[in-house]
Each structure stands twice: as C-alpha cells, then as structure tokens.
Ligand binder design. Structure first.
Ligand code: C2E
Ligand code: MG
Ligand code: MG
Length: 279
C-alpha cells in the first residue's frame, strides 16, 4: 500500500486529514470491498469469504481499514459507512449468484458503535430485502468487547439476527475477555481465532496450547472454528492436527478485489480439488 507520510502518524493530523475527507469519501463512494477466501481444511474448498473495506483515497492511495475505521467510529460516520459495507456485500453476493457461481457466505465486520446503533437489525433486514439475498449467506463478525458492553440489548439483537437467519461469529477470539459464559449465553455459531495466536504455532508452545484448547472447546460446544492469519504450511498442519475446521490467510490467498475474487472463483471451480463448495 501507498499509505502515508511520517507527519501523518501524528494522530491529530491523521484525524484532520482523513477525518475531513471521510464524509466526502462516503458521498463519492471512494471505498471498495476486498474479499478473502475462507478455506475448509478437510477438502480445501472455498466455503466463504470475508469482506474487508479499503479506501481508495484520491491523493493518498489505498488506505487500510485500521487507519480510518477508528476515525469513522469517533466521528459517527461509521454508521453510513457500515451500512454501505453491508449493502455492497449483499449486492456482490447477488451478482455472484446471478453469474452462476456456487453460493457461499460472506461475512462483514461490525464496529462497536455500529453494533450499538438502535436500528441496526432493521437496517440489515431492509438491505437483505432490497437485494434479495438469502440471510443464511450473510455472516456478521462481532468482537468480544461488543458482546460485553450492554448484555440485555446485545442478547436481543443477536437473537433478532438469528431469527432472521444470519450467522454470527466472534472475531479476534482470545484477544479480549474470552468469557466462556457468553459463549453459552449468546447465539454464536463461529469463533475466529486471532492471528496473533496462529502466528507462533509450532514456535511458541503456549500459543499451541491456547489454540488447541480453544479449538477443542469450540468443537465440544458445537461452534465452528476458523483460524485467521494462516501464512505457512507449518501453521496449517498444526491446525489440521488440532481439528480446526476452516482457515483464512495469505497461505491460500490475500484479500482480493471483487473482480479478482470472481476470477479466483472461476479458477477454483475448474481446478480440483479446491472447488468452491455449494453450501
Ligand atoms: P479482521 O476482521 O480481523 O480482518 C483480518 C485482517 O487480517 C485483515 O486485515 C486481513 O487482510 C488480514 N489478514 C488476513 N490473512 C492474513 C495473513 O495471513 N497474515 C496477515 N499478516 N494478515 C492477514 P485488514 O483488511 O487490514 O483489516 C483490518 C481490520 O479492520 C479487520 O480485522 C477489521 O477489524 C477491520 N475492518 C475491515 N473491514 C471492515 C469493515 O468493513 N467494517 C469494520 N467495522 N471494520 C472493518
Ligand atoms: Mg473480521
Ligand atoms: Mg480478526
């Protein structure tokens, strides 16, 4: 990425420069969703994708989400931006379906402020209706801190999403409270093991122990488990040994533009054994 100059690492300056451009960027749709495949380890099929936002800034080039999502959160612009992400992902799903690709689910990341938005459930429902996407193909990625914030409202929202047919996953699992109580209490289907634990698999015995225990726990609670940030065969082999179901990472693919993801899907369906699974 061509990101930014040293002077911008000063938080305030970054806020002024990026923050000032965000509103305009939303109006002008300077954003783009990239897609990273999720691979099922048992057969190495692509079974889903995660949508990851990018900002094509007219002067600064491609800006990664870590640099502007916090600013969007702070300014409240995350609400229109988050809605754009969900709509864009659903339109993309519809487009892939119309092009005849095997259907798979796409997950989108929610931020805390967006999750607290009172009309979130209605917004998601209306985007699904508008785009005609079957809710079972949309997954929401939440973080541990969101789930801890306001337990009652949280439970209501999560159940409302489940009733609509969406699936829910906990992103970056292991980096927050990692409360076992909420795994029981909340209707979650998937845990995503944070890449900081995956990184040192086979190198740091503690990380192996944490990953192994998390997978075993998820499996016995009937939760799907996916490891993110898988970059090496060694990491993948360790995960296979621990009975991890799915992985995501540079070993298989970096996040791609929708155009490249479409080519990837075409290629996958011609090159056995990594066919796209029709799920
Ligand atoms: P995340 O949801 O945990 O997404 C995974 C991040 O890890 C992505 O970074 C992805 O490109 C990166 N990644 C995937 N595989 C590998 C790997 O093998 N090695 C390494 N080193 N990295 C890998 P990205 O796209 O820069 O996104 C960073 C974070 O920004 C995301 O973390 C998510 O929290 C947030 N984000 C991205 N898109 C959105 C969005 O549409 N809305 C919101 N609210 N947040 C978003
Ligand atoms: Mg995520
Ligand atoms: Mg993550």
């Amino acid at each position: 990425y061509r990101v930014y100059d040293d002077f911008m690492s000063d938080g305030h300056h970054a806020y002024m420069t990026l923050g000032g451009g965000l509103r305009k960027a939303i109006d002008e749709e300077q954003f783009e969703l990239y897609y990273q495949p999720k691979i099922r380890l048992s057969d190495e099929l692509t079974v889903g994708a995660e949508a990851l936002i990018r900002w094509n800034h007219p002067e600064l080039g491609m800006i990664p989400p870590d640099h502007f999502i916090p600013i969007a959160e702070e300014s409240g612009l995350i609400l229109p931006l988050g809605e754009w992400v969900i709509r864009r992902a659903c339109r993309q799903l519809k487009e892939w379906r119309e092009l005849g690709y095997a259907q798979f689910s796409v997950s989108v990341n929610l931020s805390s402020r967006q999750f607290m938005q009172p009309n979130l459930v209605e917004m998601v429902r209306s985007v699904l209706e508008e785009t005609g996407v079957d809710p079972k193909y949309l997954e929401l990625e939440l973080t541990e801190s969101m789930l801890m914030a306001d337990a009652n409202q949280t439970i209501e929202k999560l159940y409302a999403f489940r009733e609509m047919g969406l699936s829910l996953s906990i992103d970056d699992f292991g980096t927050g409270y990692s409360s076992l109580a909420y795994l029981k209490k909340f209707p979650i289907q998937t845990l995503k093991i944070d890449r900081s634990f995956v990184q040192d698999l086979g190198v740091d015995a503690d990380d192996d122990a944490i990953v192994k225990a998390t997978i075993a726990m998820a499996n016995s609670l009937n939760l799907k488990v996916i490891a993110e940030g898988v970059e090496s065969l060694q990491q993948k082999d360790a995960l296979v040994g621990y009975e991890c179901e799915e992985v995501q990472g540079y070993l298989y693919s970096r996040p791609m533009s929708s155009h490249d993801f479409s080519s990837y899907l075409t290629e996958q369906s011609y090159n056995a054994p990594r066919l796209v699974a029709n799920i």
